[in-house]
Ligand binder design. Structure first.
Ligand SMILES: Nc1nc2c(c(=O)[nH]1)N[C@@H](CNc1ccc(C(=O)N[C@@H](CCC(=O)N[C@@H](CCC(=O)N[C@@H](CCC(=O)O)C(=O)O)C(=O)O)C(=O)O)cc1)CN2
Ligand code: MET
Ligand SMILES: [Zn+2]
Length: 765
């Protein structure tokens, strides 16, 4: 081999969950917002959490610990703060209040926009930059966290988002014409140079500069900028050693560029598609004399590692660099903290899962193997193989009946038989709706009372019958509310659902849900992604009784409400032993039975939500067609069994739809509702230009904010939609109302109904 691995191998991670085993950070932050605790109380909880995290990592045997991977809300917000990218509208506040104003907005000032972090279910705050942005370095946070760790006895590696990714992930906030944040690179680099010096002064030995954008396709011009930036930063006289961290896939053309700069090391994702990074690096001749952080443990999923296989990758990595550190493929932010906190999981599935804490142990074992030889970890390697074999052969994993059914799916199953025009006539006849029908996206406010009732059910304080009665009362009140408001197509309000994915996972075979497996989705909002572990089937109907009950209360149509197969996968941990397309087909078949049962129960409209369709679009363009093929197929399979007269809706939110318009058309839902208000109805023109042939409900206000839209503004939005889509327009908000309170939900819906009436008169007059 070209390089002899001289150094000893180390163990490390790129980042760790920050929420705390008891969700301390959520509780303290929300208590601070509610003025129940002081800023100092909140900061004390945060300080303790950071100390606990370092202690935990060191106790697990990790050699090198990251710092500045903690955040009170979001790491991109922290970066904007550190660089002084504060919008004028937030400058009225100072300190923590300014920080949270940027995160959540105030009565006077909108927050920063929130968007998906790559293809994960984490959301970051988007820095706003213009040609007049004046960056100002405020390195307080990384320096203070480094000092804090040092005082506790840990020499840490601060984590900083890199300048190129910072700019690429920001959005232009300028009315004056064409402007791309990347144009500010020259202005930004001196601040990073200054930051490096300041870190070195404090005694930082290594800094981790994250450049995740480099795993997505970047034009040569950007790669050239990467080259010159890191040559400049490497030339800073007094600086720590620099690791450039990439994650979420293969660097491709960016790898030789980074390796060609005089930086001191690279972190590479060596799992999944990232495994190719190792071949690419080998072809380049490795990183002689430099450091490689080898991301061999999957940081995105929860399966216990196949240790013999990952050990092989680690050994290959070690041969390619001057020194290697074993790590996970990305920050452990995206997995829950500790599998042993769910007593059922560890007992029922021994050795199957590895959450963040368990991954630390895997990393440490592999590093020990590199240092002491395979024999030193032979027991662990053997146990890993045994546990994996036991899992793959478990009757919980393979269900022959499900496989037979999935294999028998044919083209006819994906096809409703008639095209949209015929379906539309039959639906109009059955439904008798007015023009511009009004509806909502499904959920009504998830009140404290509903969550409490569920908590009481869990601990036995409420019987299942009493719990059901609380939910039925809520459905009654949601139906009455909607009739009162004068909405045309009603919903039952989803009060019985803890989450739109978890609720279904809890009822499907082949899925396991967790009680404590929280993962941050944004700010203080967390999810518990369920685990797809075996072939999926539906032992019994899941939503039919709720839908039937709601429909029994009203003469107006009530929409049945399901979460679609793509979203069921996107917001879960997926199997590592079969392609996602296969799992999606199984989920689709289970949902197809639910759709059929809803139709048989007299439900005339069924909505199958696919909010995650765009987010799991592969980061690399070359992989997209195959993904979209199975995504569309699984949606069509879910709804393909219903009669023409049954109206199928779908719903999407949180994304730029431009890349997936053809797929949206191919899904062939009778009606689609989507996010539109935040992007000022731009989607309407895009859909019209793409020739979208079916009915559309562009969301006419942003439900993520408590702001109540007035009637005129909704009328304007509806007129825009009517101009493009004529009699194929629906009136609805842009997502469910679950995070809203009743007062603002009620007022907004009243204005929606008034606006729809007004535009109906336009066409009548
Ligand atoms: N899976 C998923 N991903 C998604 C979304 C989504 O809806 N689901 N929406 C997008 C944005 N993400 C979001 C993610 C989370 C929440 C959210 O509201 N999360 C809740 C938890 C929801 C939940 O699981 N609720 C459970 C448990 C609630 C709880 O914490 N109960 C208390 C007790 C109740 C009390 O006394 O208040 C406890 O366990 O301690 C329930 O209702 O049963 C939170 O963090 O607070 C909203 C949006 C994108 N990704
Ligand atoms: C994130 S999409 C949400 C759709 C769901 N039906 C709801 O209204 O909450
Ligand atoms: Zn939505």
């Amino acid at each position: 081999m070209i390089n002899k691995n001289s150094g000893i191998s180390r163990s490390t991670i790129l980042g760790y969950p920050r929420l705390g085993a008891e969700r301390q950070l959520k509780k303290a932050t929300e208590a601070y917002w509610a003025h129940k605790i002081t800023a100092e109380d909140l900061l004390q909880v945060a300080r303790q959490l950071r100390l606990d995290r370092w202690a935990e990592q060191r106790q697990a045997g990790l050699d090198e610990l990251p710092s500045n991977d903690f955040s009170l809300y979001d790491q991109m917000l922290d970066a904007a703060w550190m660089l002084g990218a504060i919008p004028d509208r937030h400058r009225g506040h100072a300190g923590l209040d300014r920080y949270f104003a940027m995160a959540r907005g105030t009565d006077e000032a909108e927050p920063l926009e929130m968007t998906k972090w790559f293809d994960t279910n984490y959301h970051y705050l988007v820095p706003e930059l213009g040609p007049d942005t004046e960056f100002r370095l405020d390195p307080t946070k990384p320096l203070a966290e480094f000092d804090e760790a040092l005082r506790a006895g840990y020499l840490t590696r601060p984590v900083i988002i890199g300048p190129v990714s910072f700019l690429l992930l920001s959005k232009p906030a300028w009315e004056g014409g064409d402007f791309q944040p990347l144009e500010l690179l020259d202005r930004l680099v001196p601040l990073y140079a200054e930051l490096l010096s300041r870190l070195a002064e404090r005694g930082v030995e290594w800094v981790q500069v994250d450049e995740p954008c480099l795993v997505t396709n970047q034009p040569d011009s950007v790669l050239q900028q990467v080259d010159s930036v890191y040559r400049l930063l490497a030339a800073v006289r007094q600086r720590p050693k620099i690791i450039i961290a990439s994650y979420f896939g293969r660097l491709g053309a960016a790898l030789p560029v980074l390796a060609g700069t005089p930086i001191d090391g690279l972190a590479l994702d060596l799992t999944g598609a990232g495994a190719a990074n190792l071949d690419d690096l080998e072809r380049l001749g490795g990183l002689p004399g430099r450091r490689l952080i080898a991301g061999v443990i999957d940081g995105r999923n929860i399966w216990a590692a196949d240790l013999p296989r990952t050990f092989e990758s680690a050994q290959r990595a070690a041969r390619l660099a001057g020194e290697v550190a074993v790590a996970a493929s990305c920050s452990l932010l995206h997995v829950p903290l500790d599998v042993t906190r769910d007593s059922g999981l560890a007992a029922s599935y021994p050795g199957w899962f590895s959450f963040a804490r368990q991954k630390l142990s895997e990393i440490v074992i592999l590093a020990r193997g590199l240092n002491e030889g395979a024999a030193a970890i032979a027991a662990e390697l053997g146990a890993s193989t045994d546990a994996r074999q036991a899992r793959l052969n478990s009757p919980l994993v393979v269900n022959p009946a499900v496989r037979r059914r999935a294999a028998a799916v044919g083209a006819a199953d994906l096809d409703r038989g008639s095209g949209y025009p015929e379906r539309r006539d039959e639906q109009r006849a059955q439904l008798g709706l007015p023009d511009v029908p009004t509806t909502t996206i499904g959920s009504f406010p998830q009140t404290r009372g509903l969550r409490r009732a569920r908590a009481k059910l869990r601990c036995g304080e409420l019987s299942p019958a009493a719990y059901d009665e609380v939910m039925r009362d809520e459905v009654r009140s949601v139906i009455t509310e909607q009739e009162h408001l004068g909405l045309d197509v009603l919903v039952h309000g989803e009060p019985e659902r803890n989450d739109m994915v978890q609720y279904f996972a809890e009822q499907l075979d082949g899925y396991v849900a967790t009680e404590q497996g929280w993962v941050q989705s944004y700010g203080t909002r967390y999810v518990r992604p369920p685990i797809l572990l075996g072939d999926v089937s539906r032992p019994a109907p899941m939503t039919v009784e709720w839908a039937r009950f709601a429909q029994s209360l009203t003469d107006r149509p009530v929409k049945g409400m399901l979460t679609g197969p793509v979203t069921m996968l996107a917001w879960s941990f997926v199997r590592d032993d079969q392609p996602p397309a296969e799992t999606a087909r199984q989920v689709a078949l289970a949902l197809r039975d639910e759709v059929t049962d809803l139709e048989a129960a007299g439900i005339k409209i069924i909505q199958v939500d696919e909010p995650a369709l765009r987010e799991t679009l592969p980061l690399r363009a070359a992989d997209r067609a195959e993904y979209l093929r199975w995504a569309v197929e699984s949606f069509r399979l879910t709804v393909g069994g219903v009669a023409n007269r049954t109206q199928i809706h779908t719903h999407m939110c949180y994304a730029e739809f431009g890349d997936v318009l053809d797929a949206i058309i191919a899904m062939d839902a009778d009606v689609i509702s989507l996010e539109a208000a935040r992007s000022k109805m731009a989607i309407v023109a895009d859909l019209a230009a793409a020739g979208y042939p079916n009915e559309v409900g562009p969301g006419v206000w942003d439900i993520h904010s408590p702001r109540v839209p007035d009637t005129d503004e909704i009328v304007d939005h509806l007129r825009t939609a009517l101009a493009a889509f004529g009699d194929r327009v629906w009136a609805n908000p842009d997502c469910g109302l679950k995070t809203r309170g009743y007062p603002e939900a009620r007022s907004s819906l009243a204005n929606l109904v008034a606006a729809a009436e007004q535009v109906r008169q336009d066409s009548a007059g």
